[in-house]
Design a protein. Structure first.
Lengths: 751, 226
């Protein structure tokens, strides 16, 4: 094939182009021709097609996402907001923290190990590109039914990929989620979160300014992997009626990434870069157009100077390649030598591939011939926007009407019955111990992990002298969101917020990963619109701005969409990590208090799933002011040493929380059902805004006074005691029996 | 004079800063050593930290052995300098023939990260004199290739000479021969083990214990007394 230059494109306006195969719609192709005033070259078409894909352009979602800006709460903590690689939050003492959660769903279904591994690699580079040292990762994961044969194919590979990549980078994995539900059978959700830490003055942005500054591409060589990954994988559902495309999942090399991290941090320390961007989806197309678009506008690239792994690659392929472990930096000419020296020290390949110009065009040359000549904003920031039609699904009313009342779903009425259901919930794969998975991740490396797996949140010390720390929790409940996406999204935020507060940290900011089905389905689009509206409204009330995140659409197999699954990550700060509160009941004799109100709320609950395989009714109500009050009480109590353990109540309710806190601490509990309370509702309801805490006897008065003064209901429900969980007058179950039910479940299915 | 303990950074080292922190908490001065630099900068002892040096390409520890810094470490170890190899560092020591045997992939074929109980079998090495023989300690373990192996004669020799320094208790996490977690050379100055003492030096983080600090205080005493 001969080279398709700009000159050639001008001379052959009617040449047929594969715009449809590249995922573009007819009107999108027409718009490209209009922007350029001619047909695009092959390389230009490649760039527009990847950058205008759903994954890169957010064309279906951005009309809804703008609420996160419009309803943004006032927060002194925000240093960098939405639109950069990741948001940045001020955590005090001169430190800034950046964090973001992203999806790698589709690649992980096709090739579980590499899909999940490169998901970690990508999010870590996003964090690095902000100027931060990555310090921890987390993984919210969702799979099909735990006993389905395909889960056996997908899960071990994904877990090994996350471990294989994250462990080799030396980043502690401090938590996440593992959820099983048949709605994810053909479309697992692999979300990955990374946290990074820097000083305020180290914040870097992705922009190219200053004519004459050099563009340096460094890291791995560019190969043929992941070409078209963005437009093919993220924008259309898998359809085996179309011809197979080239292998589209990227292959990762964590060793190369580790060198890239250390090399980049050393470059930052010497203040050698003006702007920086990692290469992720859409590779060099994305990095060059975004850098130029966010900067002064002009850039000139000599594409034949790019180091290649495969010398047969065409310019189109080089621009679209999603080879991993690459970064692009803008460097002043007098700093280029030192930059390259540091790269050489770390054995990282680097070379100057172009420069910033004072023009307004992104010009890319291939052996001296102009193959791309575009206004960069039209590629990177002015892609198409769709107002997709949406409507409340016709089935929504019937689903909500199917409430799990005592008449609809049989409830246990005896102590033995309660015990049997408690064990069913605790041994359901969703509530069972995930240690078979989390033991494959290094949680100790870097030596700052204060709280990690099995806790409500992950907590990292960021200053060894002052004990300043940050904590992160991720939560999402697709079942709740299916019943009511507005409330479901708010519940996800409320739970993550509560989890952070339960550890003793003050929630500051939010990142979200919005996993939904096809935006071309009005039902799905309604779910998306409702969930974003719910999340934005709740963030405003709780004062936690959304700092960034990611949207993943087309999560479905055939016509069936996954449950709408907004995953919400909350970042919090704690002034002194020695005050952190774990969830284990570790001291005999401490008093157990239930904080908050418990109502008969079983819609979408773990009990309704584990015992009846039922989904219907309404999710628990959300009271955000109550969540905020509960959070303040938990934080004050931790700071002043009034509580020694705290566990938020969510999946499985109080019963499951007691099981986890007893097993983790190796102590039982005696629980007294308060007068007038239905023991079933007490144990299994999933009312929001609640936590269970262990209070030393010496602190009881002070703790009670605080709750009373602040107006938070606090009910004494028992005491830490013995080797049994004893619900007085109902049943008693030994820790051994609880442990047998709660552990070994995942291994038995997948090990 | 402060005791200087070098911690080598290979490309792909991960626990180097953790090892430096452990050295500091034990009261010595950590000195960063770079793989390309033969100069040991007058250190009194060396720690080879955990990680995936040179990406574990070829075989864990196989390429590190040929790095410039290792030429000096091998030379000094033979002259009696205390050297501790943790995890990947242990693999480097066996590849360098400072310690016998080799590590195979864990028998269950998974990476494993857990708190591990160990028994200190030999409290006479440069890195264990602050423990009592028979003492039980809990420190983290995390690796993919941790299954210690050697030929029968070597194993017999190690056992007979009391050169098995640590043994796994309760659970053998990887299928290592005789539950071996760590060994020493005949002189007792070179010790290698798979678990990570440097992650158990502060009550707040890691396993929440300080059972690993003794490694670093031991070598300090050894050097002061020497």
């Amino acid at each position: 094939m001969s080279l398709d230059t700009v000159k050639n494109a001008e001379q052959t306006p009617d040449a047929a182009q594969p715009w449809a195969e590249l995922g573009l719609k007819e009107d999108e192709y027409a718009r490209i021709r209009e922007i350029l005033g001619r047909r695009p070259t092959g390389a230009e078409l490649a760039m527009y097609s990847v950058m205008w894909s759903e994954h890169c352009s957010y064309k279906s979602s951005k009309v809804h996402l703008k609420q996160f800006g419009e309803k943004k709460p006032d927060s002194d903590a925000m240093l960098v907001g939405i639109g950069e690689n990741a948001g940045v939050v001020d955590v005090g003492q001169g430190y800034a923290v950046t964090f973001k959660v992203e999806s790698h769903n589709h690649p992980s279904y096709i090739e579980p190990y590499q899909g999940a591994a490169t998901g970690i690699g990508g999010i870590v580079r996003d964090i690095l590109a902000m100027g931060a040292r990555p310090v921890a990762v987390m993984d919210p994961l969702r799979f099909g039914a735990a006993d389905h044969p395909d889960t056996r194919r997908v899960l071990p590979g994904i877990v090994a990929g996350i471990g294989g990549y994250g462990n080799c980078l030396g980043l502690p994995n401090i938590g996440g989620e593992v959820v099983f539900d048949s709605c994810y059978q053909g479309n697992p959700l692999v979300n990955a979160l990374c946290v990074g830490v820097m000083k305020h003055e180290d914040i870097h942005l992705a922009q190219a300014s200053g004519a004459g500054n050099k563009v340096i591409l460094y890291g791995a060589r560019t190969g043929g992997d992941g070409i078209g990954g963005v437009s093919v994988l993220a924008s259309e559902t898998f359809d085996d009626t179309k011809p197979a495309k080239r292998p589209a999942v990227q292959v990762g090399d964590p060793f190369q990434e580790k060198l890239l991290i250390e090399c980049t941090l050393e470059i930052f320390r010497e203040k050698l870069v003006k702007g920086i961007q990692d290469l992720g989806g859409a590779g060099l197309s994305c990095a060059t157009s975004e850098l130029a678009s966010a900067g002064s506008g002009g850039m000139r690239i000599e594409l034949d100077t790019v180091h290649l792994r495969d010398h047969t690659l065409s310019p189109e392929e080089i621009l679209m390649s999603e080879s991993q472990e690459r970064m692009c930096a803008i460097v002043e000419p007098d700093k280029v030598d030192r930059f390259l020296e540091i790269c050489e020290k770390w054995d990282v390949i680097a070379n100057v591939i172009g420069e910033v110009t004072d023009g307004e065009r992104l010009e890319i040359f291939w052996h001296g011939e102009l193959v791309v000549d575009v206004p960069p904003r039209t590629v990177a920031h002015e892609g198409p926007t769709y107002e997709r039609p949406y409507a409340r699904p016709s089935w929504q009313d019937a689903l909500q009407a199917d409430a799990p009342t005592a008449e609809r779903l049989a409830r246990p009425t005896t102590g033995e019955g309660l015990k049997a259901d408690l064990l069913k919930v605790a041994s359901h794969p969703n509530q069972a111990s995930k240690s078979w998975i989390t033991d494959q991740y290094d949680r100790f490396v870097l030596g700052n992990t204060v709280l990690s797996v099995g806790e409500d949140s992950g907590m990292i010390r960021i200053d060894e002298e002052t004990n300043l720390g940050v904590s992160v929790a991720t939560d999402g409940n697709g079942r709740f969101a299916k019943l009511d996406p507005y409330t479901g999204a708010q519940l996800a935020l409320a739970e993550a917020y509560r989890n952070v507060a339960a550890g003793g940290a003050k929630p500051l900011a939010v990142s979200d990963c919005l996993n939904f089905g096809s935006p071309e389905d009005p039902d799905v689009m309604w779910q998306f619109a409702e969930a974003t509206r719910g999340l934005a409204d709740a963030c405003l009330v709780l004062g936690t701005p959304v700092t960034g995140g990611n949207v993943s659409l087309y999560n479905q197999t055939g016509e069936v969409a996954i449950h709408p699954t907004p995953v919400v990550a909350v970042l919090g700060v704690i002034d002194d990590v020695t005050r952190r509160v774990p969830l284990a009941f570790a001291e005999e004799g401490q008093l157990l208090y239930l904080l908050g109100d418990t109502a008969d709320e079983l819609g979408g609950s773990a009990w309704s799933q584990a015992v009846h395989d039922h989904l219907g009714g309404l999710p628990p109500k959300v009271d955000l002011e109550r969540e905020r009050l509960l959070g303040e009480i938990l934080i004050s109590a931790s700071r002043d040493g009034m509580i020694d353990a705290a566990h938020d109540l969510s999946d499985g309710g109080l019963g499951q929380a007691l099981v986890e806190s007893c097993l983790k601490g190796g102590h039982g509990a005696r629980i007294v059902v308060p007068e007038g309370t239905d023991p079933f509702v007490l144990l299994f309801s999933e009312s929001a805004g609640r936590a269970v805490v262990a209070v030393p006897r010496s602190e009881e008065l002070r703790f009670n006074d605080m709750c009373t003064a602040r107006g938070l209901p606090a009910t004494r429900i028992g005491v830490v005691d013995g080797q049994e969980l004893d619900v007085q007058g109902q049943f008693s179950v030994s820790l051994t029996e609880l442990k047998d039910a709660h552990t070994g479940v995942i291994e038995a299915l997948l090990g | 004079m402060t005791t200087r303990v070098g911690v080598v950074t290979f490309p792909g080292s991960l626990d180097d800063r953790d090892a430096q922190r452990a050295v500091r908490l034990a009261g010595a001065e950590p000195v960063a050593l770079w793989h390309r630099d033969k100069d040991l900068h007058q250190v009194d002892a060396v720690v080879l930290p955990g990680g995936f040096s040179y990406g574990d390409y070829l075989r864990a520890g196989a390429i590190s052995r040929f790095s410039p810094v290792m030429q000096s470490v091998i030379e000094q170890a033979k002259l009696g300098m205390p050297v501790l190899g943790i995890c990947n560092g242990f693999q480097v020591l066996t590849e360098s023939h400072l310690l016998p045997g080799a590590m195979l992939r864990n028998n269950h074929l998974h990476f494993i990260c857990r708190e591990q109980k160990l028994r200190v079998e030999n409290a006479g090495t440069a890195w264990t004199r602050d423990y009592a023989a028979g003492q039980e300690i809990r420190i983290p373990l995390k690796n993919m290739d941790g299954r210690y192996t050697a030929d029968a004669r070597t194993i017999d020799e190690l056992e007979a000479e009391g050169r098995v320094v640590f043994r796994y208790l309760d659970v053998n996490p990887n299928g290592s021969i005789n539950d071996i977690a760590g060994i020493t050379n005949a002189a007792g100055n070179v010790v290698g083990l798979m678990p990570h003492p440097e992650h158990a030096v502060e009550p707040l983080v890691g396993t929440g214990g300080t059972d690993g600090l003794g490694f670093f205080t031991s070598v300090l005493k050894q050097l002061v007394n020497a």
